[in-house]
Design a protein around this ligand. Structure first.
Ligand SMILES: [Zn+2]
Length: 426
């Protein structure tokens, strides 16, 4: 179970757990007065089911100053974690200071007793917030998980202890369990504080709960659309569609080009049009040649091409409608045309035809050659042998004979025409 829903290379496990064999729960430790924790337990047993556990003690004033000793790439997680509390409505503010000496506690890698994070609870001399060293090499996909874990530890520092029952609450021992899963892999659960967590902070610091923010946020900004997209070909089953593009500015590492083929109504705005096939390309290739099932199929299709980031979020698409046909039939190659002195046959003609086609010949007045195939006109040609055909019904005098190759689907080639002057029989 992905706790955060942050689809990443490694988390199909509860939040905080990872490939590393370390149990990574967020956790707090009391510096003094272990008995108070026990008291908290007792109180909790009689309290409402979803009651915060806020033993404190609270810090004086409104501002709690911290020094951030984590590497800079953790800044996003740290600032999201503090922003969650600072915007909750509780009258407290975690404020980053630039000198460790000016801070009331430091955020750093440190001993976590095998948990993902570890922190002191409430105001204390020597207060600290430790993140497990297992996250030293965390990649950007893990930052939302780490941010959530840090938010939990900041919750300890401000004076909250664990809640004992389930539900999606920041201060449960295993952070992220019981939380609603994002509907898309490119979203993560970004509402880190439940109403109960906020009530706990307000209990200690006063204030009024603010309206919670969005539940789900994108892991990355939406990718920019492809630039300079050009579609070429695709009108024939023999000339596959090619798409070329320029790489847009601001595209994130790990992004690629997604190409999807739909039934034609997709290009008319029908969002429910069935998907026929899909393919992908590297952005840097800047070119894609149709390798889908549709490439060799006759018919109409709608192509969509977009940038897709590493989490599967896509840019707005560029669409392209094609109506694809089989390539035109090659015309017959007409060779020698010879008068034939027979009662029925007027000419012999040598013809080479494309595969799987037959010869169709018609005659018209000289200078008025027929160039359009008409299946209702009778052909004057009959097969003599493999390469020779007889022609009958040619009038005496000048005329124009048109030859078509026709395949067994009834499609015809363009016409090959010959002007002849048929000699009268002697
Ligand atoms: Zn904890």
């Amino acid at each position: 179970m992905s706790a955060l829903g942050a689809k990443s290379s490694q988390t199909d496990e509860p939040l905080g757990e990872s490939r590393l064999p370390i149990r990574a729960y967020g956790c707090g430790v009391r510096v003094r007065a272990a008995l108070v924790g026990l008291l908290g337990l007792v109180l909790l047993a009689g309290g409402p089911a979803a009651a915060y556990n806020a033993p404190g003690p609270r810090w004086p004033g409104k501002t709690i100053r911290y020094y951030n000793a984590l590497p800079a790439r953790f800044d996003w997680s740290v600032s999201k974690a503090t922003a969650a509390w600072n915007s909750s409505g509780a009258k407290l503010r975690f404020k980053e200071v630039k000198a460790p000496g000016a801070a009331q506690f430091t955020v750093r890698f440190g001993n976590t007793n095998g948990y993902g994070g570890y922190a002191t609870i409430g105001r204390a001399n020597g207060a600290y917030l430790h993140l497990s060293g297992q996250y030293r090499r965390a990649d950007s996909a893990q930052m939302p998980v780490i941010g959530l874990l840090l938010a939990h530890e900041f919750g300890h520092v401000l004076g909250l202890n664990h809640v004992r029952d389930g539900g999606c609450r920041l201060m449960q021992p295993v952070v992220g369990t019981g939380c609603k899963q994002p509907p898309e892999a490119w979203l993560y659960n970004c509402r880190w504080l439940s109403g109960d967590d906020v009530r706990g902070a307000i209990k200690l610091y006063g204030g009024k709960a603010r309206k919670p923010g969005k539940r789900f946020c994108p892991l990355e900004p939406a990718p920019p659309p492809l630039q300079d997209v050009v579609f070429t070909g695709g009108q024939s089953t023999e000339t596959p569609l090619e798409i070329t593009w320029a790489v847009p500015a601001g595209v994130r590492p790990g992004s690629s080009v997604a190409i999807e083929v739909y039934e034609p109504q997709k290009c008319s705005g029908d969002t429910k049009a069935p998907l026929v096939d899909r393919s992908s390309a590297r952005l840097a290739d800047r070119r894609w040649k149709d390798d889908t099932y549709a490439a060799t199929e006759e018919g109409a299709f709608c192509y969509e091409v977009r940038v897709e980031n590493q989490y599967g979020q896509t840019s707005s698409p560029r669409q392209y409608a094609v109506s694809r046909q089989a390539p035109p039939l090659a015309p017959p190659v007409v060779g020698a045309l010879t008068e034939y002195p027979d009662d029925y046959t007027d000419y012999l003609v040598e013809v080479s035809l494309p595969e799987d086609s037959y010869l169709h010949a018609v005659v018209a007045a000289s200078g008025a050659c027929i160039t359009t195939y008409d299946e209702n006109q009778n052909s004057l040609a009959y097969e003599w042998d493999a390469t020779q055909f007889g022609l009958e019904g040619i009038p005496v005098g000048p005329s124009c004979i048109s030859f078509f190759a026709v395949d067994y689907q009834g499609r015809a080639s363009i016409a090959v025409t010959r002007e002849v002057v048929h000699q009268p029989r002697i």
